[in-house]
Design a protein around this ligand. Structure first.
Ligand code: IMP
Ligand code: MG
Length: 176
């Protein structure tokens, strides 16, 4: 099988959107410290791009989670593969994600992080695939709403590949 990738969102469109979200966050967090939480691995590219477009200090935190039993109905639980190494109590936190698809992971993660008492907690995602939503998630900052296609690039992978593409592409498969 040959993997083919067709552009859905160009590098320039992404750069423009990153600048827009960055300036919105800058305005809304005036006088406050910003703490980004990146959900590994997909969120890392967008988080770094966004942090670099913000003209004040941004703290970066990392977490790795996986959902329990993907084959069953939402089990209402996630497994923390790597937890934050600092408390977020009384901090202004923004979870930065690559894509929100079913919303399962993020709705549970949000509850978990809220139980740790942050001063505020918002969600920022580069992509939103609303057609596939199962669990309700309030998204505060969205880059692009996309159709129900499997996409790669800007942190998103197919079998761990293509995360470093500087555009978002739809992957398709053709016989050799
Ligand atoms: P969910 O919102 O809990 O379903 O989880 C979304 C996660 O599934 C994302 O963080 C991605 O890791 C992965 N995912 C969903 N859609 C895509 C896609 O189109 N390309 C690559 N990964 C995806
Ligand atoms: Mg992800």
């Amino acid at each position: 099988m040959i993997e083919k990738i067709s552009t859905l969102i160009s590098k320039e469109e992404i750069e423009q959107k990153v600048r827009e979200i960055a300036s919105q966050i800058e305005k809304e967090y005036e006088g406050k410290d910003i703490h980004f939480i990146c959900v590994l691995k997909g969120g890392v590219v967008f988080m770094v791009d966004l942090a670099r477009a913000i003209k004040k200090n941004v703290y970066m935190h990392f977490m790795d989670v996986s959902s329990y039993g993907d084959d069953t109905e939402s089990s209402g639980n996630i497994k923390i593969l790597m937890d934050l190494d600092e408390p977020i109590k009384d901090k202004h936190v923004i979870i930065v994600e690559d894509i929100i698809d079913s919303g399962r992971t993020l709705s549970i993660l949000k509850k978990l992080l809220l139980s740790r008492g942050p001063a505020s907690l918002k969600i920022c995602t580069l992509l939103d695939k609303p057609d596939r939503r199962v669990a309700n998630v309030d998204i505060d900052y969205t880059g692009f709403k996309i159709p129900d296609e499997f996409v790669v690039g800007c942190g998103l992978d197919y079998a761990q590949k293509y995360r470093n593409l500087d555009y978002i592409g739809i992957i398709s498969f053709e016989e050799e």
